[in-house]
Design a protein around this ligand. Structure first.
Ligand SMILES: NC(=O)c1ccc[n+]([C@@H]2O[C@H](COP(=O)([O-])OP(=O)(O)OC[C@H]3O[C@@H](n4cnc5c(N)ncnc54)[C@H](O)[C@@H]3O)[C@@H](O)[C@H]2O)c1
Length: 450
């Protein structure tokens, strides 16, 4: 990779070293900058400083180790260190759903920004990367102006992040677009020098105001969530009238105006972004008196949540309405493959509902067991697929890890007690399973024998 550092920007800090921040910090080091990642969680900082990633993201541990060892990347809990040192500070702290509400909890962003502004003792640019309600950047700019040292020149840009967990390194090093909200050309030029390598590859550069930059991110997530719920709404119809949702998705997906991506019917979306972002967007527009504009997102959310209940109902149907004491193997409880993130995960929700109904739930996930066990410690977590399915009366596939997509009936025939499977991601071939004597169920697809 070509290393190109601008004459002006050499030192970069990243505040918040979770999924987004740790990735951004490592990738900035890969681009040639000196980088310090800051977090309030001392355990996270200790493990990152030792070159260990406290979560699963393919390719990221190698990148962190490379730059920690090479001296380009450090981690600290001390904001003052970076305040006197960095030219550009990226804010990458969390914006989770507020407890007991639907809006975004802005306390982390607000605290990180004011603490940072107080700590900065040399002229610098602060760049927000977290996903925030529209209007946040303007509010933070005022907060920074009130808090900063009078002799220091500080300004704020907004640069939303579009990385996908599982592909975070690739998406950060080779983004499909860069969106920059600024109030002056100097700040834009600073960010052009930070992202010079992507610009050399003609990556689309969208230079705009704060509001548009903030809205681009939530609009993208609202669109993706809507697309998934759109196909899942049709799955509800095919479940009633007959038909095959996968064939329907393939057929409409051939229309290039529609496209096939994000049209896989199943147990729906989850994770640390889509669900909370569509809720926060509705809440924000309601505050602005525009609740009607985003009302459809409530239905998008409801359709999505109904898919989880539907999967649980199918489990009850498959087990003749009696799940108590029955062993159910749940395969996949991360919200998507290639991640250990179980935030708002459909698979984990299904597992927890069945557990609460009295089933003997056995979870296996290649990466997510540890995080899920923190949330639901009483459920059984298995280290291997083999253990989870042995003696099961029902198997439910809830996350489409490759390991599960390639499963064959022969892999499970002699391990389970009863040959019943619900493929809640529509990734298995019904004929193979039915021919091997399995009761096979998918969402939105009539069984070939119905
Ligand atoms: N995870 C993704 O795929 C992704 C993609 C795009 C955008 N985003 C957005 O990025 C933001 C961060 O998401 P995430 O998934 O990385 O969250 P995360 O919970 O994994 O990480 C947030 C980190 O911020 C730290 N933190 C909180 N307050 C702090 C403070 N005052 N100073 C320093 N560190 C602090 C926390 O300890 C934590 O390590 C959110 O707004 C999210 O919506 C996430």
């Amino acid at each position: 990779m070509m290393v190109r550092v601008s004459a002006t920007v050499e030192n970069v800090s990243v505040i918040g070293t979770g999924y987004l921040g740790a990735t951004h910090a490592a990738c900035m080091a890969e681009l040639g900058f000196n980088v310090v990642g800051v977090d309030i969680d001392p355990e996270k900082i200790t493990s990152l400083s030792a070159g260990d990633l406290p979560f699963h993201e393919p390719g990221l541990p190698e990148l962190i180790r490379k730059h920690v060892t090479g001296g380009k990347l450090r981690f600290t809990t001390n904001l003052d260190e970076v305040g006197a040192w960095a030219d550009v500070h990226f804010i990458a702290v969390g914006t989770p759903q507020v407890r007991g509400g639907t809006g975004a909890d802005m306390t982390y962003v607000d605290t990180a920004t004011t603490d940072l502004a107080r700590a900065i003792t040399k002229d610098a640019l602060i760049v927000g990367k977290s996903t925030v309600p529209v209007g946040t950047a303007a509010r933070l700019a005022d907060l920074i102006a009130e808090t900063k040292h009078p002799e220091v020149n500080l300004s704020l840009a907004w640069n939303p992040e579009f990385l996908r967990e599982g592909f975070a390194v690739e998406d950060t090093l080779t983004p499909d677009r860069l969106v920059i909200g600024t109030t002056n050309t100097h700040d834009e030029d600073t960010l052009r020098s930070v992202y010079a390598e992507a610009l050399d590859r003609d990556t689309p550069w969208i230079s705009t105001d704060y509001q548009t930059a903030e809205l681009v991110k939530v609009a993208a997530n609202a669109f993706l969530a809507t697309k998934i719920s759109f196909i899942n709404a049709f799955a509800e119809v095919t479940e009633t009238v007959g038909g095959d949702i996968t064939t329907l998705a393939d057929a409409i997906g051939h229309d290039t105006r529609i496209g096939r991506k994000f049209l896989n019917a199943g147990v729906g979306f989850g994770g640390g972004c889509l669900p909370k972002d569509i809720r926060a967007l509705q809440t924000r527009v309601a505050e602005l008196g525009l609740d009607h504009s985003m009302r459809f997102l409530d239905e998008v959310d409801q359709i999505n949540l109904r898919r989880r209940k539907k999967t649980v109902a199918l489990a009850f149907d498959t087990l003749d309405q009696d799940v108590i004491g029955k062993k159910i193997a749940v395969l996949g409880i991360t919200f998507k493959p290639l991640s250990d993130d179980v935030r708002d995960s459909p698979g984990l929700d299904v597992a927890a509902r069945l557990f609460n109904a009295g089933a003997d739930v056995a979870i296996y996930d290649p990466q997510g067991n540890h995080n899920a066990a923190k949330r639901y410690p009483r459920i059984t977590y298995n280290d291997t697929l083999n253990e989870a399915v042995t003696g099961a009366e029902l198997v439910i596939l809830t996350t489409e890890w490759d390991e599960f997509k390639t499963l064959t009936p022969e892999d499970l025939n002699h391990k389970v007690t009863t040959r019943r499977i619900i493929d809640a991601r529509n990734v298995l071939n019904p004929h193979h399973w039915e021919n091997a004597g399995w009761t096979f169920t998918q969402l939105g697809r009539q069984s070939p024998h119905d």
